[in-house]
Write a protein that binds this ligand. Structure first.
Ligand SMILES: O=P(O)(O)OC[C@@H](O)[C@@H](O)c1c[nH]c2ccccc12
Length: 290
């Protein structure tokens, strides 16, 4: 814990310029728009709360709950490791749930046997807030992933300061160098990391990190379409010392069985659960599918 943490004195890097876009496609699409706004948002927030102050708040936030261990335990016990998501809206789904009760939803997920929670904090595209994360975490004992677009280590301190136990690193959104800085910062705070990939090239880049949890996003963040065959293609390429997590577009017990069969016993599921009158019952049906 006495390691020197990376500082954010460098200007925000634009991954669309320097990172290899693995698909070869220009990011002139949803992800690019989200990132352009995110750099500005982080810059503005950092002016309100400078790095040193945010780091102090992060270190005062108490101990993080063990996110990676919760999923490892589920896998070791041959259960489905469900990361159940709390989100009000999304760019592809529009307004998903209204009224929206993050604490009640989180409690229902916990009772259903979810291993972890994921809470959207992006306001502009997902109508998320820091308050949603705080409410969901306080209502349960579960480790919580802050689901947002991380482009600067300042946000990792911010995540811990708001109570998050883990962060997401989206390989399509960052350079290799930034991915490492985000990972180092999270590890220095004892936080978990989920690194997200969508194709073979992003997977190769992700395997250069130390993070064990490799999320395969079935959703293409450029076009917003989902296809759970993406996990079936990529999960077999993930080495045995890593833990594959199938993300997005999972709805039915049959989908769960397909993901488990492909080698992904951990699942990140949101929209389907949140569209049901009883998200807890829907979560239980998926946990019990395999
Ligand atoms: O709601 P779904 O299709 O079940 O997907 C959940 C989760 O995988 C999705 O919200 C997600 C995965 N990666 C992201 C990156 C940013 C925002 C959102 C996401």
């Amino acid at each position: 814990m006495d390691q020197t943490l990376p500082v954010t004195d460098a200007p925000f890097s634009d991954p669309t310029r320097s990172a290899p876009s693995s698909s070869g496609a220009a990011l002139s699409d949803t992800l690019r728009q989200i990132l352009a706004a995110k750099y500005l948002e982080v810059q503005a927030r950092q002016q309100e709360t400078p790095l040193g102050e945010m780091e102090r708040r992060a270190r005062d936030a108490g101990r993080p709950r063990p996110f990676t261990a919760a999923l490892c335990n589920a896998v070791a016990e041959m259960r489905v490791g469900l990361i159940a998501e709390v989100k009000r809206a999304s760019p592809s789904g529009g307004l998903i749930r209204e009224p929206f009760d993050p604490a009640g939803i989180a409690r229902a997920y916990e009772a259903a046997g979810a291993a972890c929670l994921s809470v959207l904090t992006d306001e502009q595209w997902f109508q998320g807030t820091r308050e949603h994360l705080r409410l969901a975490r306080e209502a349960t004992q579960l480790p919580v992933l802050r689901k947002d677009f991380m482009v600067d280590p300042w946000q990792v301190f911010e995540a811990r300061a708001m109570g998050a136990d883990a962060i997401l690193i989206i390989m399509a959104a960052v350079t290799d160098e930034m991915a490492e800085r985000l990972e180092d910062t999270a590890r220095g705070l004892d936080m978990g990391v989920l690194v997200e990939v969508h194709d073979e090239a992003e997977l190769q880049r992700a395997l250069g990190l130390e993070t064990r949890l490799i999320g395969v996003n079935n959703r293409d963040l450029r076009s917003l379409t989902t296809d759970i065959a993406v996990t079936e293609r990529l999960a077999p390429l993930i080495p045995a010392d890593r833990i594959p997590v199938a993300e997005s577009g999972i709805r039915t017990p049959e989908d769960v069985r397909r993901m488990v069969h492909a080698g992904a016993r951990c699942l990140l599921v949101g929209e389907h659960l949140l569209r049901q009158p009883d998200p807890g019952a829907a979560a239980r049906a998926l946990v019990e599918a395999a």
